[in-house]
Ligand binder design. Structure first.
Ligand code: HEC
Ligand code: HEC
Length: 406
């Protein structure tokens, strides 16, 4: 896999003006925080107790050992590293942790298999759309807890879950600067303008369900759920171990030392947050933005959800950060009223991926090209997708070229 990434992080200050004229970086003053934060983002955590005290506290249950393992170079994940499963279980907690510290079994393993359907476009182009199915094996159950680490792990089915693929983090700090009023102005939950699109605000602006309010909460949650690291906001050193997972709660943790009660203290957390807030967008040459395709993008209604022009046109993420019903084919199987709803993902930064062999798009990474990602659109985006399918070959290519250039 060859990455055309880009981020020598110090080049952050030259964020392309067409995408983000806001320059959140004051690198000369804040350079140290940025570098320290980046190091924490990339740092491989180990389980406690360890001789490297500053890096211990991983787990007991976890999904990865570092932020960067899922957000490689602060970008999107891969299916092997970067696909989480949210659940709502008294026993297993909010998320399936597929790894655990030595001596403790993980909560479950996940296998993915695909079936496929073929979409045929008017010019006879055939696009294979892969439909994922998930199989959870070695699922920890309550009755299996006595023999933890031995052989009593039962097979249990997990039926209600919501897959979540690790998104790219470029520009996430800019999203935080958009005033809430500007986002709410784009809401249309009753579809009063009758365009078939009823965007509504989630409880926050981050995450695929727009349910995380800000980057501080998102960072604390990632530390807790994905790595099992406690911080001021999420002080439980056992992360997503529930009260019913006694075997998990009896493990040593990085907060049991006398010298600290959080696995990541406030100063380190602040540096990590500073880094997250200042992850730059890939550098895009304005002259290379494919304007013919931008016109097509606007004409067929993509920009109804993938919106730009916030803060007097200085922040252009191509997202309304609102939730949309995207149809049955993309819905998750959770018992949640939002099972069909997904936050419009920002499209800025797509250019970073176009030279990479393996690409993954959508909330579960099922699409391996931009074309596939668009053809999966349904629900509120059905009209726009149909308009896309009716494009001439040239218009379609222009549109894809545009996406690849932003
Ligand atoms: C195991 C994989 C994994 C690890 C490790 C991980 N993340 Fe994530 N990250 C995700 C997934 C999946 C999402 C989407 C979550 C959702 O939609 O509910 C996400 C979302 C985010 C977002 C929100 C992006 C947006 O546009 O909404 C931020 C910020 C973030 N992660 C930061 C971090 C930080 C900081 C760390 C390390 C402390 C970290 N992540 C570790 C998988 C991971
Ligand atoms: C009704 C709102 C809406 C419309 C209209 C819409 N999209 Fe989307 N788009 C979304 C949502 C929501 C997702 C995420 C769906 C998911 O992951 O299940 C998405 C995902 C994408 C992705 C994948 C991004 C990623 O990071 O994985 C691309 C590319 C994309 N849209 C392009 C387009 C194009 C091109 C059009 C016009 C043909 C369009 N969209 C029309 C809401 C919309």
């Amino acid at each position: 896999m060859k990455l055309r990434l880009f981020i020598i992080f110090f080049s952050c200050c030259f964020v392309n003006a067409s995408i983000a004229q806001v320059n959140p970086f004051a690198i000369s003053e804040a350079g140290l925080d940025f570098v320290t934060g980046q190091a924490l983002f990339e740092k491989t955590w180990v389980s406690a107790p360890s001789s490297t005290k500053a890096s211990d506290g991983l787990g007991p249950l976890y999904n990865a050992r570092s932020c960067a393992q899922c957000h490689f170079e602060a970008g999107r994940g891969t299916l092997a590293d970067g696909l989480n499963f949210r659940i709502n279980s008294d026993f297993l907690g909010q998320q399936i942790q597929s790894s655990a510290i030595s001596g403790l079994p993980a909560e479950a393993q996940v296998d993915i298999s695909y079936s496929s359907i073929v979409e045929k476009l008017p010019d006879s182009t055939e696009v294979v759309l892969k439909i994922p199915r998930y199989f959870f094996t070695n699922v920890q159950t309550e009755s299996g807890k006595a023999g933890i680490g031995q052989t009593e792990i039962e097979q249990a089915e997990i039926i209600e879950f919501s897959p979540r693929f690790a998104p790219a983090l470029f520009g996430v700090g800019l999203l935080e600067t958009i005033p809430l009023t500007e986002l709410l102005a784009k809401e249309d939950p009753e579809d009063l303008n009758d365009d078939g699109i009823s965007g509504k605000a989630g409880s926050g602006r981050y995450g695929w369900k727009a349910d995380v309010i800000n980057l501080e909460e998102q960072t604390g949650q990632a530390l807790s759920l994905d790595l099992g690291i406690s911080s001021e906001l999420f002080p439980n050193p056992f992360g997503d171990c529930t009260q019913l997972q006694h075997y998990c709660l009896s493990r040593p943790n990085g907060a049991s030392r006398q010298d600290q009660n959080l696995e990541i203290g406030p100063p380190a957390f602040a540096s990590l947050l500073f880094f997250i807030r200042n992850i730059p967008l890939p550098i895009v040459n304005v002259d290379n933005i494919y304007s013919a395709g931008k016109v097509v993008f606007e004409n067929i209604g993509c920009q109804s959800c993938h919106q730009s022009g916030y803060m007097q046109g200085t922040v252009n993420p191509y997202s309304d950060l609102l939730l949309h019903d995207m149809g049955d084919a993309l819905a998750d199987t959770s018992d949640d009223e939002l099972s069909h709803e997904w936050r419009t993902p920002p499209l800025w930064g797509l250019s970073a991926y176009q030279q990479i062999d393996e690409q993954y798009y959508l909330h579960d990474g099922r699409a391996t090209s931009l074309l596939e990602a668009i053809l999966w659109h349904g629900g509120e985006a059905e009209r726009s997708k149909q308009a896309f399918k009716a494009l001439s070959t040239t218009e379609r290519e222009d549109l894809i070229n545009f996406l690849q250039s932003i």
